[in-house]
Ligand binder design. Structure first.
Ligand code: HEM
Length: 431
């Protein structure tokens, strides 16, 4: 056995807060090793960087998720005991519930709703002095997500619900006030959606049985039982919350258009497939998912390194996307790199890597890509706007991060003759 290189510091927890997204990559470069050990919160943690480590991390025979996600993240971001924390048959069946929704028809339906919401928003924004794109995009995604899943959302509740869903995401790396704010937001959201689940089950809210809210309310787990209404609410929120979180990527897309204006020209010129390349590069270049965690199921060795049962293992997502051994000039925003990209599900994993049904890779990856394309299309082809002076800096220490200003735009004008085309290519899972 070879010893895993160890970071000789009593505890590196404070380094996570200081280095944020670059924590694993920095340490991996210092130790010149894609695998190393640190102590975090008094615990021995093995960190993996790069595709080889990712391939290992996504082997469900070797790693499990039960017990891996800290309670503080479950109480804000995901909800307790949700699909993200399940293993084996229980995970398989719950995941299938999500995957069954990702049909080309369903994705197309959601994209039509998002397009409609962008059009309504654009008209309204023409009469506003300034618009914070982050909030605007959250509201758009929240209205569309609720309509798509079958949850009624009165107009006067949109901001409150969208803000809560955003705070739950914002809390995943937070301590103190932002963490407590995320916890309260989750409690309010689970109460709201819990009521909807009860209404669907009692017939007070009548939905087509194929609508996501009905499907989740009626889903039966491996034991043949319906989830209790709280668990069902948590899983329904596992659809609505991440759709609202696409607002983070909308802001980063707008930032890229602003910082790299040549990309806007290429999008306007209709360069073949360019919007697909652009959104992939946004998902690679900008920070959202920092790293992912799992626990070792049973003792094993890998490349001569020992992995002990119960050890926490962290996989570096952001750092792997910025590794010069994998990506030429990783710190350049260059959508064309994806034109002939021959990558694997282990070197580009903004929404998790590996396999969808056997592993924990994000069920909403196609939704995200298509919603980003729809939004990009609207921002480039349907409206013009100006970007006033503001603080657009985003800190890599903050998890998750966002440009400080939330990306403010003004002088919004809708263009004439814009006719949206939705080309939801859909999900390869259902081809
Ligand atoms: C903002 C864009 C999104 C990002 C950055 C994102 C990221 C992720 C990541 C990193 C994971 C965990 C992967 C792992 O543990 O290995 C995940 C899982 C998941 N995501 Fe997303 N996601 C996004 C959008 C969506 C959307 C739009 C949906 C559904 C509508 C969705 C539903 C899920 C579900 C259900 C899981 C749990 C999968 C499992 O545990 O098997 N996500 N996502």
């Amino acid at each position: 056995m070879i010893n895993i290189p160890r970071f000789k510091k009593l505890d590196s927890t404070l380094d996570v807060f200081r280095d944020g997204y670059t924590f694993i990559q920095n340490k991996s470069e210092q130790l010149k090793s894609d695998i190393f050990q640190v102590r975090l919160l008094g615990m021995n943690v093995t960190c993996l960087h790069g595709p080889e480590g990712a391939r290992l991390f996504y082997d469900p025979e070797l790693f499990m998720r039960k017990g891996a996600m800290p309670k503080r993240v479950q109480k804000t971001l995901t909800g307790e005991n949700a699909v993200q924390t399940l293993d084996n048959e229980m995970h398989h069946q719950r995941k299938e519930m999500f995957m069954s929704l990702m049909t080309p028809g369903n994705i197309h339906g959601l994209m039509a709703l998002i397009t409609q919401e962008w059009q309504q928003a654009g008209k309204k924004w023409q009469n506003s002095d300034e618009v914070m794109l982050f909030k605007g995009a959250q509201d758009i995604m929240c209205r569309a997500a609720c309509a798509w899943v079958g949850v009624p959302l009165p107009e006067n509740k949109v901001r409150k619900r969208a803000r809560d869903l955003g705070w739950m995401v914002d809390a995943f790396g937070a301590v103190g006030p932002n963490h407590w704010r995320g916890k309260r937001a989750r409690r309010r959201s689970e109460k709201w959606i819990g009521k909807i689940i009860k209404q669907v089950r009692s017939g007070k809210l009548i939905l087509d049985e194929k609508m996501p809210a009905a499907l989740i309310a009626n889903h039966r787990d491996v034991n043949g039982k319906q989830m209790d209404h709280k668990m069902a609410a948590i899983e329904l929120l596992n659809l609505i919350r991440p759709i609202v979180a696409i607002a983070w990527y909308v802001v980063f897309s707008a930032l890229a258009l602003h910082q790299y204006p040549v990309t806007r020209q290429k999008l306007l010129a209709g360069e073949e497939n360019y919007s697909e390349l652009f959104v992939q590069e946004v998902r690679r270049y900008y920070p959202f998912t920092p790293f992912l965690g799992a626990l070792v199921r049973a003792d094993f060795s890998w490349n001569g390194y020992p992995f002990k049962k119960g050890t926490m293992v962290l996989l570096d997502v952001y750092g792997t996307h910025h590794d010069a051994r994998i990506w030429e000039r990783p710190d350049a925003f260059y959508p064309e790199r994806f034109r002939n990209w021959q990558g694997s599900p282990f070197d580009f994993m903004p929404q998790g890597g590996g396999d969808y049904s056997n592993g924990h890779r994000c069920a909403g990856e196609w939704i995200t890509i298509e919603a980003m394309k729809v939004s990009l299309n609207y921002l480039t082809k349907a409206i013009t706007y100006e970007v006033p002076r503001q603080d657009l800096h985003f800190s890599l220490s903050k998890l998750p991060t966002l440009p400080e200003s939330g990306f403010v735009i003004n002088r919004v004008r809708t263009k004439e003759n814009f006719s949206p085309t939705i080309q939801a290519t859909g999900c390869p899972f259902h081809k």
